[in-house]
Design a protein around this ligand. Structure first.
Ligand SMILES: Cc1ncc(C[n+]2csc(CCOP(=O)(O)OP(=O)(O)O)c2C)c(N)n1
Ligand SMILES: [Mg+2]
Length: 537
């Protein structure tokens, strides 16, 4: 449980921590706590956020919305004023002093899948209802806990929380399986198109088994990066609409049976809506329903459907090996010279190890990291939909706590770092050991590529980043380096391998340099956002 205490939640924290099953991690602010909970839940399945009424919970809201958009289960618990005071409309601190105590819950209603204000009579039922929704829908929920209810006792809990999905409709399930199996039998070019849901609902292994049994190639959308190992013979790569590599584009766009798992065709996932496939060939698998062409089957859970297909689908003869574009082996970086985006990411490629957790913040970091070939068992954490800069620094706090034995590599821009920098102090306080690459390119480069390359609004105050670890945690060890050249980067990384502490490497990159085809993407984003200005030009 990540959060910040406040008078209305103090006794909740007092009671919750000694239970011994929940560790409370105090963060510097609530936005960071929400992102840390999100990072933790991505690896360990679920996390909680504890805030105080009004000031705390509203500060967390962007992080909670991010968890909603990216489909991450976080239980948000707010300590609220005493029930009686709220019912009487008392003019309290942390409220608008207008007697309204419904506004916070109303805000959270927009960004969570279930909400409740705990009252004595319904507490047991309501807490279970909301936790169940969080787990089953893999999205945030909101529990408002009035401070005076902390002494309220409920009857003993007799059975563990029921966490099964509501029963499927056997008839719908059977018809959906038969219909998809028939399509698969006819199909000459079936393909899987995976989104984040495949991972969130624990379906990836099942999908791989189904793909192997039927020789179906697998393509991922950006949010599913890293879920299927890049080295798997059936894994073709990431679909990005017109910007996809030819093998991926062809597999998806000429497929006559495209098995989409939770696919959300967002701007970033489709290279700005340049996808080109026929709806008639789509099987759209959602958590509790499936659309086959234009026929929908509700009360069909994705797991039961995939299991059914594994049994029912006719085994296809192994076809010729799928044309995969194997990433060119990373060129060993030249030994000398100033770093560029190209030489930096090529160096990072050579650094990756199986089992790494990679986090990449929005900005050039996400575009550079997304193009890496990932070794097996890599977890890739980013916010390709919500895209809130600064998310990854608190997220690495959460991911390190969730998987302390794995190596965590964070790539974050200077602009993003300035958003949530304080959480470096919590990372150091807890003796966590991520390797942080602070990509310092003197401001908001990704925005400069879209508009205003020289405009002051894309400038930021340069901080002396390498002194931050000492400022935030003077008594804690941290390996700190600044790398402007490839030798310095290589030295820093070699030192990190032997360091028994967090590593903080400030990497100096040119102001307008961008990885891969980001510059092209940025031009197209400008045309999309400001058509009157950029299409006319
Ligand atoms: C919370 C939030 N505020 C503003 C933005 C808009 N925004 C997107 S990218 C960006 C600049 C990122 O700069 P930096 O982190 O330095 O990355 P760079 O592209 O320079 O490597 C901004 C301000 C955002 N995505 N999120
Ligand atoms: Mg920058």
């Amino acid at each position: 449980m990540f959060g910040v205490p406040g008078d209305f939640n103090l006794w909740f924290l007092e009671r919750a921590a000694p239970v011994g099953q929940v560790e409370f991690v105090g963060c510097c602010n609530e936005l960071n706590a929400a992102c840390a909970a999100d990072g933790y839940a991505r690896l360990n399945g679920i996390a909680a956020l504890a805030t105080t009424y009004g000031v705390g919970e509203l500060a967390a809201l962007s992080g909670v919305a991010g968890a909603y958009a990216e489909r991450v289960p976080v239980v948000c618990i707010t300590g609220a004023p005493p029930l009686s005071a709220m019912k009487n409309g008392a003019l309290l601190h942390h409220s608008l002093a207008d007697g309204n105590f419904d506004n916070m819950l109303a805000c959270y209603k927009e960004f969570t899948v279930a909400q409740t204000r705990i009252e004595p009579k319904t507490a047991a039922l309501e807490i279970d209802r909301v936790l169940r929704a969080c787990w089953l829908e893999k999205r945030p929920v909101y529990i408002q806990l009035p401070s005076d209810l902390i002494a309220c006792e409920i009857a003993d809990i007799e059975a563990p929380l029921e966490l099964d999905l509501p029963a499927d409709s056997a008839a719908h399930l059977a018809r959906a399986i038969a219909s998809i199996a028939a399509r698969l039998a006819r199909a000459e070019r079936p393909a899987f198109l995976l989104d984040a849901d495949a991972d969130r609902f624990g379906l990836t292994d099942l999908i791989i088994r189904l793909a192997e049994a039927n020789d179906i190639p697998i393509v991922s959308l950006a949010p599913a990066r890293g879920h299927v190992p890049d080295a798997h013979p059936l894994s073709l790569g990431t679909y990005r609409g017109a910007a996809s590599i030819p093998t991926v584009k062809e597999a998806v766009e000429t497929s006559d049976c495209l098995l989409c798992i939770g696919a959300r065709l967002t701007d970033l996932s489709t290279g700005l809506f340049t996808q080109n496939f026929d709806k008639a060939f789509i099987v759209d698998v959602q958590p509790t329903m499936v659309m086959v062409g234009d026929v929908s089957y509700d009360r069909v859970s994705s797991r039961a459907l995939l299991m059914g297909l594994l049994e029912a689908a006719p085994r296809r003869r192994q076809s010729a090996p799928h044309l995969r574009s194997i990433a060119a082996p990373a060129r060993p970086p030249q030994a000398s010279g100033s770093l560029t985006q190209a030489t930096f990411w090529s160096f990072i490629q050579g650094l990756l190890q199986p089992g790494d957790v990679l986090l990449a913040d929005a900005g050039t970091s996400l575009f550079g990291a997304a193009a890496l070939t990932l070794p097996r068992d890599t977890t890739f954490i980013s916010q390709p939909i919500w895209g809130s800069i600064g998310y990854t620094l608190p997220a690495v706090l959460g991911s390190c706590l969730a998987a302390p034995d794995r190596r965590h590599l964070l790539f974050i821009g200077d602009g993003a770092f300035q958003m949530t920098a304080q959480e470096l102090s919590t990372i150091l306080r807890l003796d966590l050991k991520p390797i942080i690459f602070l990509v310092n390119n003197d401001g908001y480069t990704i925005e400069r590529l879209i508009a205003g390359p020289e405009s002051a609004y894309n400038d930021i105050q340069p901080w002396r980043y390498s002194q931050m670890p000492a400022v935030f945690a003077p008594a804690k060890p941290a390996l700190v380096r600044v790398a402007k050249t490839q030798e310095q980067l290589a030295d820093a990384v070699a030192a990190a391998a032997g360091a028994n502490s967090a590593t903080f490497i400030e990497v100096l990159l040119p102001r307008m340099d961008a990885p891969g085809d980001l510059a092209k993407f940025a031009r197209r984003a400008a045309e999309f956002d400001f058509p009157q200005i950029f299409n006319a030009a």
